[in-house]
Design a protein around this ligand. Structure first.
Ligand SMILES: *Cc1c(COP(=O)(O)O)cnc(C)c1O
Length: 412
């Protein structure tokens, strides 16, 4: 469980993201505890929210996930190729016209029909692949994003029932997505739940018998057991973050952060009082002080909106890993490759010392609370999802845990 030891920071490496795959496995177990009567789909789109799609998928399956969810055809095919013969159901939900339906059907991926055109392409793909397509219908119950509208649904269901009768496809699932599940009590949740029930009634009435009906994302998994249906689709919570500030801290739900983003001070030096720091001189030193240079910036995914100075406090950074670790705020602009901390007069830090932008306190900063992705989201006016997902390819992922990729295995 908690309390892993981080490996030493390799000499010369400016930054790293430690990804604790055991935390993924444990988080999935915890989430299954929240939804004990439903199957669990681990959502691993966008390279596993920046954590690494394949390692996260394996760790999630070890925790009891039986489904994997991705957005794009490319992700679905990469998942199948990377997992080899591993037994897992895969669903892809964001397909554009001309998507490789035949390849997806051959790879035994469930394809989402979210618009009338997609039903025709799924049928064509099934014919080309010479096998029955597994189709899941996505219904728009009020997000007004993807999904078949309630108005188009009867026609799509008639066409789907005909294609099912001729063996071209089988409707194995029906699902929808919530707009405001991270705001418990938001009136749209009840409206969408009712619309989903109505859609399920139409599906039933069309003679279709899907295996799975699903609506819940992380927020609904944690707060709305009545909406769990047959399957819950968990993304952010599986990575150890709460879906939003209104849902409390991850620990309250039995979750812990998976990713820890660290860098090493590249320079520590004295700066006189009254000097401007970083581009635009957004921050001015109040006294003779010590500044520390952190060699990560927006080119690595640190949001520039996490700059600190006259416009407000910057993103938080835990400095050090020992008992004297402390949390400071970014001083001045976040640049493409670097940012600056005001370490204060007489600071003891040295170039090479480790700083932690966000993540787990495990083996990092005893005595100081390591900021989490939500803290950075608050500082930058965004959500924790974006903070982890945008972490750049320049930052090497270092995997810990039983399911870490083996030496020589291609890292995503
Ligand atoms: C991304 C996504 C999810 C996961 O949402 P979280 O809030 O990260 O749990 C679930 N379902 C669909 C359709 C998605 O696009």
């Amino acid at each position: 469980m908690a309390g892993v030891t981080f490996p030493p920071f390799p000499d010369g490496a400016p930054a790293r993201a430690v990804v604790d795959l055991d935390a993924v496995t444990d988080n999935v177990r915890a989430l299954r505890g929240h939804a004990p009567s439903s199957a669990l789909m681990a959502v691993v789109k966008a390279d596993g929210y920046g954590h690494g799609m394949l390692p996260v998928a394996r760790a999630a399956l070890a925790g009891g996930a039986t489904w994997l969810g991705v957005a794009t055809a490319e992700e679905a095919l990469a998942l199948r190729a990377g997992l080899g013969g591993v037994d897992a159901r895969v669903l892809v939900w964001l397909l554009a016209p001309g998507a490789p339906f035949a390849d997806l059907v051959r790879a035994d991926v469930d394809v989402t029909v979210a618009a009338p055109w997609a039903l025709e392409e799924a049928v064509a793909g099934a014919r080309a692949a010479g096998r029955t397509a597994r189709v899941q219908l996505k219904v728009d119950t009020g997000l007004s994003r993807g999904g078949v509208t309630m108005g188009d649904l009867p026609g799509v269901l008639r066409r789907a029932a005909a294609a099912e009768a001729s063996g071209e496809l089988r409707v194995v699932g029906v699902f929808s997505h919530l707009a405001c599940a991270d705001e418990p009590g938001h009136p749209s949740i009840a409206r969408q739940a009712a619309a989903f029930d109505a859609a399920l009634g139409l599906v039933e009435g069309a003679g279709l018998r899907p295996e799975v009906r699903h609506l819940a994302n992380s927020a609904a998994t944690l707060t709305r057991p009545d909406l769990h249906h047959d399957l819950v689709r968990t993304g952010i919570s599986m990575y150890g973050m709460a879906p939003g500030p209104l849902l409390g801290a991850p620990g309250e739900h039995g979750l812990r952060p998976v990713m820890t983003f660290q860098a090493r001070l590249a320079n520590v030096k004295q700066v006189a009082a009254g000097e401007g720091v970083s581009y635009g001189h957004l921050y001015t030193t109040a006294q003779d002080t010590t500044v520390g240079l952190v060699p990560v910036g927006y080119g690595d995914g640190v949001p520039r909106h996490g700059s600190g100075g006259s416009a407000g406090p910057g993103g938080p950074v835990a400095v050090g890993t020992g008992t004297d670790a402390r949390v400071l705020r970014v001083a001045g602009r976040v640049c493409m490759d670097q940012l600056v901390l005001d370490l204060g007069p007489g600071a003891a830090e040295r170039a090479g010392d480790v700083v932690t932008l966000f993540g787990s306190s495990d083996g990092v900063a005893h005595g100081a609370t390591v900021p989490n992705a939500q803290d950075w989201a608050d500082a930058a006016g965004t959500i924790s999802y974006e903070i982890v997902t945008r972490l750049g390819t320049r930052v090497p992922r270092v995997y810990l845990g039983d399911h870490r990729p083996t030496e020589g295995e291609a890292q995503p």
